[in-house]
Design a protein around this ligand. Structure first.
Ligand code: GFB
Length: 329
């Protein structure tokens, strides 16, 4: 594809995955990669949490860890993430932490001789009013959505650093840009979470207490695309197996819906039958974010988990996590 630097082909890499460091394994995305890698016989997965002394924003700590573990492959799934409210109100935290994580891990990987690296970005790297569906080459063609500009700039910097390592040093470092993700192990914080876990928590609570009405944010008019995190991990491993992957590639389900439609589906999934009240003092964010997934489709991968199935499984996982007290909030 023009503009992406490297022609994408479906030829497979012959290099074994070897020791794979999954950075961010305690988060929803990293955990999905660890689950998925269990099915790859040539992958020896290594993880290290902050509690075990690895702070990814600390460059020296990252360097020491990489020198000790010497991974062949790295998956950068670590990030400071959050929904529209967290992004809009804490831009310094989102920009600084995500820049530090991207720089420490990508630069650390290069110096430690990591031969293959997959960096995780986000669909918010594309301009707010990019033509829909958003293709990879719409990057840097217009202004970003203000509510998540800080996060997007850090993710663009990470993508560009990986691309520069490939261009200047011949390292196979590349990126994936997932659409809005959901699945087990999500963050259910009342204010900081993304829309799906936020609605699951509130609507489930309303269903349990028999509340006559429940709130949702914004106008309900924005359109979003959702991808189950297990589909993302599968796409990531697919790309890590390619000999010449694109520098960055979109991963989505190819289908979007309005936030209003989403709330109705969540209400149904949790069994809530009351009224939905829209809090229009809350921001809507980007009017639409649908990824053009034709590049990945041409390469031979497509999403398998439909929203209906993924949503009912996620509600079940949420209830299990909540009952077990391992609910992230
Ligand atoms: O998922 P979300 O926070 O993120 O919100 P973005 C999506 C839409 O859902 C917005 C509405 O229009 C919200 O106003 N919404 C309705 C809600 N009810 C709720 C609720 O209870 N909680 C939340 N959070 N939203 C984020 C970016 O943007 O998407 C990040 O800020 C990241 O950087 C992520 O890229 C994937 O899709 O607007």
């Amino acid at each position: 594809m023009e503009g992406l630097g490297h022609p994408a082909t479906t030829a497979l890499s012959r290099a074994p995955m070897g020791r794979v460091f999954v950075a961010g394994h305690t988060g929803m995305v990293g955990a999905a990669f660890v689950r998925r890698l269990a099915r790859e016989p040539d992958a020896d997965v290594v993880v290290r949490s902050r509690r075990d002394g690895l702070d990814l924003t600390d460059r020296a700590a990252v360097d020491r860890f990489l020198a000790d573990v010497r991974p062949q492959t790295m998956i950068v799934a670590a990030a400071r993430v959050g929904g529209i409210q967290a992004n809009a109100t804490r831009p310094e935290e989102f920009l600084r932490e995500n820049l530090a994580i991207a720089l420490n891990l990508i630069e650390g990987a290069r110096r430690a001789g990591v031969s293959r690296l997959l960096f995780l970005g986000s669909s918010c790297i594309y301009p707010r009013l990019a033509p829909q569906p958003m293709a990879e080459d719409s990057l840097l063609t217009g202004p970003l959505e203000p509510t998540n500009e800080a996060y997007a700039i850090a993710k663009i910097a990470g993508l560009k650093l990986a691309q520069a390592c490939r261009r200047q040093h011949g390292l196979l470092y590349h990126s994936v840009m997932p659409t809005n993700l959901y699945g087990p192990g999500d963050n259910y914080h009342a204010e900081d979470s993304h829309v799906l876990p936020g609605l699951i928590r509130r609507f489930d609570e309303a269903a349990r207490t028999g509340a006559p009405e429940v709130g949702a944010w914004g106008t309900g008019a924005p359109r979003r695309e959702f991808l189950h995190v297990d589909d993302l991990a599968d796409a990531g491993i697919f790309l890590l197996r390619l000999a010449e992957p694109p520098d960055w590639v979109n991963v989505g389900s190819g289908v979007d819906l309005t936030i209003r439609e989403l709330t109705e589906r969540v209400a149904e999934a949790v069994g809530y039958r009351g009224r939905i009240v829209w809090d229009t003092a809350r921001p809507d964010g980007a009017p639409r974010k649908l990824l053009d997934v034709s590049l990945l489709t041409r390469l031979g991968w497509r999403a398998r988990i439909p929203l209906e199935q993924g949503l009912s499984e996620t509600v079940a996982a949420y209830r299990r996590e909540r009952a077990a007290g391992i609910w992230r909030h």
